[in-house]
Design a protein around this ligand. Structure first.
Ligand SMILES: *Cc1c(COP(=O)(O)O)cnc(C)c1O
Length: 132
């Protein structure tokens, strides 16, 4: 769903793209749609990535979302490194070793622990209303 126009796209577009190029990687941005509609991932024809923003669902906290990745292959590596994402850095040579853990090597800076903790109240409400 477009955040600009509100237009909802037919999920068959994913099938059409995969028919044209079976190796194509599909990312669906659900940030807008998840604010107005329940999401059923099984209706989305197996996208490779799904991104959403929790404040669009719960109203709070901002700055926390989810990136669901179907298969995290070795081909996904950050193009640089950021605080907390490396095990080793040599300031003289610039050599660095990324953390082994997939999530940690993509983590930029300190996680929003307080905001992450608050998500449970949003999920609790969704459950209370039978939406999760
Ligand atoms: C809101 C929105 C975003 C941005 O999400 P943030 O969590 O604010 O960064 C991206 N894509 C769409 C379709 C959105 O509606």
């Amino acid at each position: 769903m477009s955040n600009f126009s509100g237009k909802k796209y037919d999920s068959n577009i994913i099938l059409n793209l995969k028919n044209i190029n079976p190796n194509i990687l599909i990312c669906i941005d659900l940030a807008s749609l998840c604010s107005t509609s329940p999401i059923n991932l099984s209706n989305l024809h197996n996208p490779d990535f799904v991104a959403l923003s929790f404040y669009k669902i719960f109203g709070y906290p901002t700055g926390i979302g989810a990136l669901l990745i179907r298969k995290a292959g070795k081909k996904f590596n950050p193009t640089g490194f950021f605080g907390g994402s490396v095990d080793f850095y040599n300031v003289e040579t610039g050599e660095y070793i990324l953390k082994e853990n997939f999530e940690q090597k993509f983590e930029i800076g300190t996680p929003n622990y307080h905001g992450i903790d608050l998500l449970r109240y949003g999920f609790k409400d969704l459950k209370r209303f039978g939406l999760f």
